[in-house]
Design a protein around this ligand. Sequence first.
Ligand code: UGA
Length: 438
Amino acid sequence: MPLRLSVIGTGYLGATHAACMAELGFEVIGLDVDPAKIETLAAGRVPFYEPGLDEVLARNIEAGRLSFTTSWEEVGRFADVHFVCVGTPQTAGAQKADMSQVFGSVDALAPHLREGALVVGKSTVPVGTAAALEGILAKTAADGVEIAWNPEFLREGFAVQDTLHPDRLVVGVRSQRSEDLLREVYAPVIAEGVPFIVTDFPTAELVKVAANSFLATKISFINAMAEVCEAAGADVTQLAQAIGYDPRIGNRFLAAGLGFGGGCLPKDIRAFMARAGELGADEAVAFLREVDQINLRRRAHTVDLAREVLGGEFLDRRITVLGATFKPESDDVRDSPSLDVAVAMSNAGATVVVHDPKGLANAERVYPHMTYEPDLMKALAGAELVVLGTEWREYRELDPATLDGMADKHVIDARNALDPDRWRKAGWSYRALGRPTA
Ligand code: UGA
């Protein structure tokens, strides 16, 4: 009998994991506590924007391999292996992760688990969580129930590709049996030659936060260089290109600009600092505070630059912000740098219109008082200043010579995504982060 899988939590991670595990040929059931989400998924629709996921989802529902439920009892009865993919957002008013969904779902699942079931954590958690959950399952679940930790490294916008063809698989296990079960689940991926790293619980948990901390540090490093470039009249994009040719440095994740946002990097480095503090290792990750601050300073600097371009005053000035999502090819606006800048300028008195190809509905939910315009040309009409905050392809491909209807031709390229010469030749004043003024 092939293994049957469940996926608990159907957000960006869980919905993708459920659909991709079905794509590998397993029978999969997805559970969420939100009945509206389950209804949408069961009808073959993805409740958020993730390129390519809708086809994989629909195909596997159609094939009868993928179903959805809100019933813990059904999930417990159905599956041999249960992937926990619920969110671990930042706790309101604190740095640490809010773990209520992880502990809540394991509490709810435990009494329904079959003998010998394997619970696999995929959520990003503070080190020590797997051991704590193991203790809970030992008291509340059937005999032989085990836990393993299998962190997820997928990027939004590439989630299907990253799940089916990851860079590596990491599993923290306590027994040969757990390892064997996970090798069976990932057999088609391992067969492609993907490295499969078997380790203990704390190492598996830490691999995830270490990876995200490194990525955040890389971005803040280049943004710190951008600050120095601004002071010295140098160009950070050329600097990044030049250092990136050194293979020890590498050219990826060196795009200077508005910095990192989203539901992962910002909250993960904060949760890591909080957890390291609890463990008495706060000095080891104190540099992450600087990484966070460099990142947030880019947003403040962009607002200052906009004020400067407008002659020192925001009141009643008309600004168009291009991009509401935290990065292109996603509709996710969680901790979006671009939206943050838009809101800050609006709060300072500017009349701000926000455009985004996919993220406006989510943006409106978080900031209902802002003005949103889904038509790009209408959004630009009357603007005294255009701020590019998310590098969507349709903004990168804009022809500055053909744009008209603005009140003035000022652009701030906060993602270094446009060609300065082209925009300047078309009569625009072009400013960017970490690049010379003219
Ligand atoms: C990130 C990691 O890249 C994934 O490996 C990880 O699995 C995921 O978090 C997670 O923990 O779930 P994601 O949040 O989807 O993935 O987005 P990234 O592609 O990492 O981008 C994060 C932010 O950094 C974006 O706001 C992006 O605009 C910014 N960024 C990225 C830069 O400012 N410069 C760069 O060079 C690269």
